[in-house]
Write a protein that binds this ligand. Structure first.
Ligand code: NAP
Length: 371
């Protein structure tokens, strides 16, 4: 059985990955060893069978004994370990959630429902590093893959509505703490049906700007608000999150020589773990709407075409509906006033599943099936 090293399994991405691997019985087909950077010697997680205790994630000798390592530990860990591990002669497969190695020439970005042929070709030519993509990019591609597969996208912009979970566990807590602050501040006013809405609005605005309103993580209110900036600045005025749209999409699609222009604005909103995106797509021609819809809805088993009606949109196309599921609904599909070759659409996806954990476990499955 394949020797699998699991690093970063108890973090946010790691714990979602563990849930999925247990649900899919992935551990039954391999011999896992669990690592830690902080709890060496403590008990390994319960996967339904006897396991050795947690091992030191910096022990290169033990890591080198693994055939596959999945890391959800973070970029600093990858940076510290992968070089010395490869220098020691390790030939195993490295599957990683961190962005550190994504754009390296000896790495591929994995999203197999979209780029299985790129992955297979990479395996054939000896690629050993397989890295999960940026969550927004992966979810965009899961939703729009039918258009890319048909060569119908000339360029696109994506305007995002990204959840707190994309920033990490502390940020999710801060969002809920902000909601509580606002809820408690307005509770008495809200309980009185006679309160004028202006009074409630004033109270919320006062609370949002209060000195003790909890913002140490985000640096600004997110509840009852939004933050139009994600990650660090790039020299051209984009944020790094926006920069990833172009470079990662084209790397995933294997379009090094002929990149599709992609740009937009990435915005943090008060959703917990679903990223939503509004697309403006310049098509390569006047493709009929029914053909576009068929291509979108049929590309993979997870994308779902939602009729462009209010009822279907409110029922099916919201973070509340999608959270915790692998489903990637796409709706609000219509041609834009700009012309018959301009399409708009809106999609929602759980950024911890297809946006982070799921491509990693599926890459393990691909490796298991190649043995
Ligand atoms: P995280 O939750 O901060 O977990 C990382 C590590 O922190 C854990 O493996 C654990 O390592 C340690 N840790 C310390 N205290 C902990 C506690 N109370 N509970 C759980 N773990 C604790 O990191 P993450 O958000 O999962 O991100 C992991 C990597 O995935 C990062 O490179 C990130 O950029 C990338 N990624 C994240 C997302 C996302 O949406 N969050 C999406 C795609 C990719 P030890 O067991 O060794 O102590």
């Amino acid at each position: 059985m394949l020797k699998l090293g699991m690093v970063g399994w108890r973090g946010m991405v790691g714990s979602v990955l563990m849930e999925r691997m247990l649900a899919e019985k992935d551990f039954e087909r391999c011999e896992p060893l669990f690592f830690t950077t902080s709890q060496t010697g403590q008990a390994a997680p319960d996967i339904g069978r006897e396991l050795p205790p947690l091992q030191d994630a910096h022990d290169l000798r033990l890591l080198a004994d693994m055939e596959v390592i999945i890391s959800c530990q973070g970029g600093d860990y990858t940076q510290a370990v992968i070089g010395p591990l490869r220098d020691s002669g390790w030939q195993g497969y490295w599957i990683d959630a961190a962005s550190t190695l994504r754009m390296e020439s000896d790495s591929l970005i994995i999203l197999d429902p979209v780029n299985r042929s790129v992955i297979d070709a990479g395996l054939d030519r000896g690629i050993k590093n397989f890295i999960g993509g940026n969550c927004t990019v992966s979810l965009m591609l899961m939703a729009l893959a039918g258009l890319f597969a048909n060569g119908w996208v000339e360029w696109l912009t994506t305007m995002t509505y990204q959840s707190a979970s994309g920033a990490g566990a502390k940020y999710m807590r801060e969002l809920v703490a902000q909601m509580r602050y606002l809820g408690e501040g307005s509770a008495a006013l809200l309980d009185d049906p006679a309160t004028a809405i202006a009074a409630i609005d004033r109270q919320v605005t006062t609370d949002l700007n209060a000195d003790d309103f909890p913002t140490p993580c985000f640096g600004a209110p997110l509840a009852a608000a939004l933050i139009p900036w994600i990650d660090r600045p790039m020299e051209n005025g984009q944020t790094r999150e926006e920069w990833k749209g172009l470079v990662e999409t084209n790397k995933i699609l294997g379009r090094g020589e002929a990149p599709i222009p992609i740009d937009g604005q990435c915005v943090r909103v008060g959703a917990m773990r679903c990223h939503s995106q509004a697309f403006t797509i310049k098509l390569t021609g006047d493709i009929p709407l029914d053909e576009l819809e068929a291509a979108l809805g049929e590309h993979n088993p997870w994308v779902r075409l939602i009729p462009n009606t209010k009822a279907a949109t409110l029922t099916e196309l919201t973070p509340a509906k999608v959270s915790g599921t692998l489903s990637v609904p796409i709706g609000r599909v219509r041609k834009l006033n700009m012309g018959k070759d301009y399409l708009t659409a809106f999609s929602v996806g759980d950024q911890l599943l297809w946006g982070a954990a799921e491509p990693l476990r599926r890459m393990l499955e691909i490796l298991q099936n190649r043995r």
